[in-house]
Design a protein around this ligand. Structure first.
Ligand code: CO8
Length: 264
């Protein structure tokens, strides 16, 4: 499948099971317009449907930006009624976050601002280059986050820092983002893609049902009470014990060999 504003590569750079998605509007710092959204929805659906792929990476093209936000030029032409009636920004969570059961990593290579920061936070985790910069500068445009920033940033880094960032619009550098638990890891800029591919390949080599189950369990921690989450965890664990890959995984450990996964 070829796209206008993104690229998609299965088994990226020879990494089996790893799909690499790249937002490709470097001249606009990878700003997220309707076409990018439409194409990302399609690419994530294709990734989800492809049984040979088990971990995806989303990054930005060029050296400067992951995504510098929703496309301000496109939004400046819309009236309030358009935003409201189209439920603008709703498909990001509904079509990408909710429908992608397999994991994906945001490899943040530069500016992740506004919708760009919000998109990175939709990923299962973020690996950032030393040059990454995160921010919710919407307040400077007279608006506020609209793709989950006020909610996901607050859950990730806590009220005080999130409030400060949303109210001042300041950018957070990679080192502070790691210290604040916004990102899993910071790596040298030139090594970002190689490191993220390596991490994704590690995940893609795991038993597929266990990968999906682990993602679902961790996400449950954000959706329900501790008691409910613990029940979900136990039930999913119990279901996994019936899988062929559980029998294989435990046998492989005891026999001191690598597991051969069936994905069932
Ligand atoms: N949308 C559209 N185009 C953009 C965007 C964007 N978000 N960000 C950068 N660009 C374009 C610039 O217009 C410029 O294009 P051109 O060469 O045609 O003038 C090109 O990318 C390069 O940008 P700069 O020349 O500005 O590059 P600098 O290195 O000088 O600055 C910055 C980099 C600091 C990242 C700067 O580009 C910037 O501040 N960008 C905007 C960041 C921002 O505010 N993001 C939040 C957007 S709003 C949002 O995501 C949530 C929705 C809010 C609703 C708003 C309703 C009106």
């Amino acid at each position: 499948m070829s796209y206008e504003t993104i690229t998609a590569e299965a088994n990226a750079q020879g990494h089996k099971g790893v799909t690499l998605l790249t937002i490709n509007r470097p001249q606009a710092l990878n700003a997220l317009n309707s076409k990018v959204l439409e194409e990302l929805i399609d690419a994530f659906a294709a990734y989800q449907a492809d049984g040979s792929q088990l971990c995806a990476i989303l990054t930005g093209s060029g050296d400067k930006a992951f995504a510098a936000g929703a496309d301000i030029k496109e939004m400046s032409e819309k009236a309030a009624a358009d935003f409201f009636l189209d439920d603008f920004f709703s498909p990001w969570t509904a079509e990408i976050v909710k429908k992608t059961r397999k994991p994906w990593i945001a490899a943040v290579n530069g500016f992740a601002l506004g919708g760009g920061c919000e998109l990175a936070m939709m990923a299962d985790f973020i690996i950032a280059s030393e040059k990454a910069k995160f921010g919710q500068p919407e307040i400077k445009l007279g608006v506020a986050p609209g793709m989950g920033g006020s909610q996901r940033l607050t859950r990730a880094i806590g009220k005080s820092k999130s409030m400060e960032m949303c109210l001042t619009g300041r950018m957070m550098a990679a080192e502070e983002a790691e210290r604040s638990n916004l990102v899993a890891r910071v790596v040298p800029h030139e090594e970002l893609l190689a490191e993220t591919l390596k991490t994704a390949a590690t995940i893609a080599a795991m038993p597929p049902m266990a990968v999906i189950a682990n993602k679902e369990m961790v996400n449950s921690a954000f959706e329900m009470t501790l008691d409910q989450g613990l029940i979900v965890e136990r039930r999913i664990f119990q279901i996994l014990t019936a899988s062929e890959d559980k029998a294989e995984g435990m046998a492989a450990f005891i026999e001191k060999r690598e597991g051969q996964w069936k994905g069932r």
